[in-house]
Write a protein that binds this ligand. Structure first.
Ligand code: BTN
Length: 282
């Protein structure tokens, strides 16, 4: 299971400065905007508490305490990137689609290609929650749940050109890679991010709503390091244990299959080591 279930949080008041954006949302729910928030994950919980519908989105220009997987911070510049959380309500815990984070990754990678056609064929999904462009991270997905309520938070580096020293070698943006491909791309930051959000919602709706039994094969076509030799840290953060082998694919529940010495092994938690050192240092 790839959902992170956090401890109970302080209930904050939903902000009164929230506006509604006129972005088409195929879930039929509002897309709210707020300039700065602590984290869109918290705002989404507040929206759930006040009874907002399945598919309600909260998007912000800046997060003071954006968070990533496994308690890491999510650091990204103001006004250049896309940060949002979508609230999904299911009938019960069992109705949550299997491998929801990876299927979201598939949707996000397709949407990035819709938004930036010069990048077609280059947008990869790195197990379990990253989107990569040329071996650098351009987006991350954080899925949390409270029983049948699911909060999917997505952060995408869209127009950021400069990254802090500790991220430079590991992070990139859609703009950087579109320009590297010799294309100018969409540079209207306001409209560009809204257009990208529209593409993501459209793709997400199709991936999570339609009965797409072929999600695994479509995901494996764009799986980062598929059939390549990888180093993997299984389990919880800072485990000294490493596994080396060939990355073979994804199982129906979203587990990672690595082949070591002829044996196929399945992992449900852990981290792929891309840069020769654990990404947990990010
Ligand atoms: C990761 O790569 O570890 C996941 C990053 C998820 C970041 C997004 S930005 C929108 C939403 N709000 C947050 O605080 N985190 C997620």
């Amino acid at each position: 299971m790839d959902l992170e279930i956090p401890a109970a949080r302080t209930i904050l008041k939903a902000s009164e400065t929230m506006k509604e954006k006129s972005i088409i949302n195929p879930f039929g729910a509002p897309v709210y905007y707020q300039e700065a928030v602590s984290s869109t994950m918290e705002e989404s919980r507040l929206l759930a508490a006040r009874g907002e519908a399945h598919g309600t989105v909260i998007v912000a220009d800046f997060q003071e305490q954006g968070r990533g997987r496994a308690g890491r911070p999510w650091l990204a510049a103001r006004g250049q990137n896309l940060f949002f959380t979508i609230l999904l309500r299911f009938a019960c815990f069992k109705a949550i689609p299997r491998a929801i984070t990876l299927r979201t990754g598939l949707a996000v990678s397709l949407a990035i290609e819709d938004f930036a056609p010069p990048l077609r064929g280059q947008v990869k999904v790195k197990w379990p929650n990253d989107i990569m462009l040329f071996s650098k991270k351009t987006a991350g997905i954080l899925t949390e749940s409270d029983s049948s309520l699911v909060y999917i938070g997505i952060g995408i580096n869209v127009f950021q050109r400069e990254f802090p020293a500790q991220l430079k070698a590991k992070a990139t943006s859609i703009l950087i890679e579109t320009e590297r491909a010799g294309q100018s791309g969409n540079t209207d930051r306001e409209r560009g991010r809204d257009i990208l959000l529209g593409h993501i919602l459209a793709r997400l709706y199709t991936e999570l709503t339609a009965d797409r039994a072929d999600w695994r094969s479509r995901l494996e076509e764009r799986l980062f390091k598929k059939d390549e030799r990888v180093r993997f840290t299984p389990g919880l953060a800072d485990s000294p244990l490493k596994v080396e082998g060939a990355l073979r694919g994804i199982d129906p529940d979203g587990g990672l299959i690595i082949e070591t010495e002829g044996d196929k092994r399945l992992f449900t938690t852990g981290e792929l080591d891309v840069y020769g050192e654990s990404e947990r240092k990010l």
